[in-house]
Ligand binder design. Structure first.
Ligand code: AMP
Length: 462
């Protein structure tokens, strides 16, 4: 089946072709005809399945051409990043139409958003908070909405938007088409769907377990305080790039990004306490391969559109097992597999048990490789002290784990690995202070030379 078999107009087909997509994904095959037919849709699909195009394309077709009365399609997303990405898709797929789209979200000035709304809007992409603020100010009317989309509905509920959704729904005309996308189904989601959707067509393309099956999943069991050393070792030894690392707290994300950077692995945190600009910059650096690791909290990572991601690391396990499935779904790539690595400390054993139960299969524990545990690095007070000895030349970083220079006296080896392993046989010199390095030279200079760019960087995405 091709896109033209789905009944899409030539202008939309041309925009799809420009993206280089030849075949519709399963969610697109199922949802596009249903939306074109005016049906309500309940779709079980997570990021990476092509769900955005599955509602954007048919909505564009249904709206046809620009009309002055105000938004006729409203797309609600849980996060700013997702809102921005969805609107970017709307703009791309709608490039051969005269339809106008506007995106509104919090954390940035309202004024340009109000001006954009006033200058004409057919499709409005919004996060709930800002939508309500601007609706109260009568910056627009929702009286003409014909299609209402709840994207990532499960995350909306997780983020406490249920009342906002109800209030927004009350502003919409009774007669409309409703589309709801959710990666997981809880009782709350089912209740919401029952209240919102009329005789919906259900489309289930990616039951969590199936996605999880495509991803190679391993775990390492180790004490909490050794995790960052193992992570640095895995990244260096495997020459990993584009590593999405999940922590449970914003503070933890900051600290780990800092520690990794100082261990020679350029990293940035991304979470809700960061300004919109900082988040966008971190994401761009990640996509352009200027940083190696993006350290994210669950919620911040949720809206990020990054595909073909080779590695996801659960630095800390989520306490909600469905979140694990969301996280590792990041690595799901068409026709390929990704790797999800979980670092599990003894206190997290119950979380792992719940995850294994949900998956219906084990997340096999790997033997711990030998890795450096730098004694001085665990003393936070010293972490920002400049050090002159043992540092690599500024602007360099260890190549694929082959560390240069430095001393070995203050390093110790993690000892649970059989000493017969070749890498374990030779004690490793201690790494230099890469924090100094990355401050002295841009992360891109430190990493770009050695690491091959990801597929999406080559295609100029981001
Ligand atoms: P989404 O699930 O909407 O976040 O989409 C995941 C990624 O798949 C996005 O980067 C899309 O650009 C891409 N994509 C969407 N549809 C297709 C398709 N038919 N073929 C290949 N890639 C696609």
């Amino acid at each position: 089946m091709t896109f033209s078999d789905l009944g899409l107009a030539p202008g939309l087909l041309a925009a799809v072709a420009e993206k280089g997509y030849t075949d519709p994904t399963p969610i697109q095959k199922a949802a596009i005809p249903a939306v074109l037919a005016g049906r309500d849709v309940l779709a079980g699909a997570q990021t990476g399945t092509g769900k955005t195009a599955s509602f954007v394309l048919p909505i564009l077709q249904r709206l046809g051409s620009h009309a002055p009365q105000g938004p006729r399609a409203l797309i609600l997303t849980p996060t700013r990043e997702l809102a921005a990405q969805v609107e970017e898709s709307v703009r791309h797929y709608g490039r051969n139409t005269n339809l106008r789209s506007v995106v509104i979200f919090g954390g940035v000035s309202e004024r340009p958003q109000i001006a954009a709304l006033r200058s004409g809007c057919d499709l409005l992409v919004a996060t709930p908070g800002r939508l309500q603020d601007l609706a109260q100010q009568k910056a627009f009317t929702l009286d003409h909405v014909q299609v209402f989309v709840l994207d990532e509905a499960d995350r909306m509920l997780d983020m406490g938007f249920i009342h906002a959704i109800k209030r927004i729904r009350a502003l919409l005309p009774k007669q409309r088409q409703n589309l709801m996308f959710s990666a997981t189904y809880s009782d709350d989601i089912r209740r919401l769907a029952e209240n919102l959707l009329h005789n919906p067509q259900s489309v289930e393309v990616n039951p969590p377990n199936r996605t999880a099956d495509k991803v190679e999943q391993v775990s390492y069991r180790l004490p909490k305080e050794h995790k960052r050393h193992l992570l640095a070792h895995l990244i260096n030894e495997g020459n990993w790039h584009q590593v999405l690392v999940f922590t449970r707290t914003k503070h933890g994300a900051n600290r780990l990004a800092d520690q990794l950077t100082r261990a020679g692995i350029p990293s940035s945190p991304i979470h809700g306490n960061k300004s919109q600009n900082a988040r966008v910059r971190a994401l761009e650096d990640f996509k352009a391969n200027r940083i190696v690791a993006l350290v994210a909290t669950e919620v911040a990572a949720r809206g990020i559109d990054i595909k073909e991601l080779p590695y996801v690391v659960n630095y800390e396990l989520p306490n909600v097992p469905e979140d694990y499935v969301h996280r590792i779904g990041r690595t799901a790539r068409a026709g390929s597999t990704g790797k999800a690595v979980s670092l599990v400390s003894p206190d997290e054993a119950p979380y792992l048990k719940d995850i294994v139960k949900l998956l219906g299969k084990d997340v096999p524990a790997q033997p711990l490789p030998a890795f450096d545990i730098k004694a001085e690095a665990s003393a936070p007070a010293q972490e920002h002290q400049p050090r002159s000895e043992g540092a690599r030349p500024h602007g360099s970083r260890p190549q694929g784990g082959r560390h240069h220079g430095g001393r070995q006296d203050s390093s110790r080896r993690h000892s649970s690995q059989p000493r017969s392993e070749s890498r374990a046989a030779a004690p490793r010199p201690q790494q230099g202070r890469a924090g100094d390095v990355s401050r002295a030279a841009p992360a891109s200079a430190a990493s770009a030379g050695r690491r091959s760019p990801p597929p999406w960087a080559k295609r100029g995405r981001g």
